[in-house]
Design a protein around this ligand. Structure first.
Ligand code: BT5
Length: 274
């Protein structure tokens, strides 16, 4: 039995999963790797199958978006990536990160007995702090979408002192919030099941329930947020998330616009109070 410190093994994850699935048919586990996303991109290039999964105990170069890093303390979090080869056009990939966020929340809730939320676009939130994040990286070729690597990092047993001074004030883990040890194998199994169900829904064109779930969990909607454009900042009100997971906002001028990329800070979250 995994007790929170033992190494995750593919057979322990698989033993906790239901019916055979496309996602997780192959699971590569590592003690240490640069980044599970980088690894899957390397093997995607040499033809690895749709649904291949990589899990690492520790990442030496765990990545967030835009060159930011994701702290990946050894054995204390779930650092997992999945390689997908969806038959979609590049523009159809836009909603993928949002859909995955909803699936990740479902898995964390099931395994951890919690109710997670989402900060637009891809932060997984528990009790107002960041529990994890998602990094989706497409591989585009002459034929369109060759693959997508979706990487998920979830904090499981970290205590505050396991995070750096920069991250500690905004981050949390399942153990810190629940006082219980959550099995990483059970969390990984729930995640692979939820990702497999999402993948089926995506291929069927039936993702509306995930969008509804995202909206219900989204802490950004209805709040005053600060947009961070290059150097400029602007206060706006977040009204809703559209079908492509763009954020619909009302600007101070009254104009309503949809933001597709970019960063927001949410008033009252992560210490943002101005
Ligand atoms: C993310 O980026 O949150 C995406 C994280 C994806 C990590 C997974 S782990 C498996 C796979 N392999 C990888 O190399 N990556 C993926 P972003 O939204 O850019 O947020 C990054 C910011 O989150 C940092 O600048 C910190 O402020 C904060 N942060 C870093 N590590 C954290 C952690 N462990 N928990 C909570 N917040 C963290």
């Amino acid at each position: 039995m995994e007790n929170g410190t033992e190494r995750l093994r593919a057979e322990d994850v698989r033993a906790r999963m239901g019916a055979a699935s496309r996602v997780g048919a192959r699971i590569d586990c590592f003690d240490e790797i640069d980044s599970t996303n980088s690894y899957l991109k390397r093997i995607a290039f040499s033809g690895a199958d749709d649904g291949t999964v990589a899990i690492a105990e520790r990442q030496t170069m765990g990545r967030g978006r835009k060159g930011r890093s994701f702290e990946s303390a050894a054995g204390k979090g779930l650092y997992l990536s999945v390689l997908l080869r969806p038959p979609l056009a590049p523009e159809e990939l836009l909603p993928l990160t949002g859909l995955i966020a909803a699936a990740v929340c479902r898995a964390a809730d099931r395994a951890g007995g919690v109710r997670t939320q989402i900060k637009w676009t891809n932060d997984i939130i528990l009790n107002g702090r960041k529990l994890g994040g998602i990094l989706t990286e497409p591989g585009l070729g002459a034929g369109g979408v060759e693959y997508v690597v979706a990487g998920i990092g979830l904090n499981v047993s970290q205590r505050t002192e396991d995070f750096t001074d920069e991250v500690a004030p905004i981050a949390t883990s399942l153990a810190r919030e629940t006082g219980r040890t959550v099995s990483r194998a059970a969390l990984a199994a729930a995640l692979l099941e939820e990702l497999d169900a999402l993948y089926d829904a995506l291929l069927r064109g039936d993702t509306a329930p995930y969008l509804a779930d995202y909206r219900a969990r989204c802490v950004t909607i209805g709040r005053e947020v600060q947009l961070l454009w290059q150097d400029a900042r602007e206060h706006v009100t977040a009204l809703d998330v559209d079908g492509q997971f763009g954020l619909i906002v009302r600007r101070e001028s009254g104009a309503v616009e949809t933001i597709r990329t970019g960063e927001v800070s949410v008033r009252g979250l992560y210490g943002y109070i101005e």
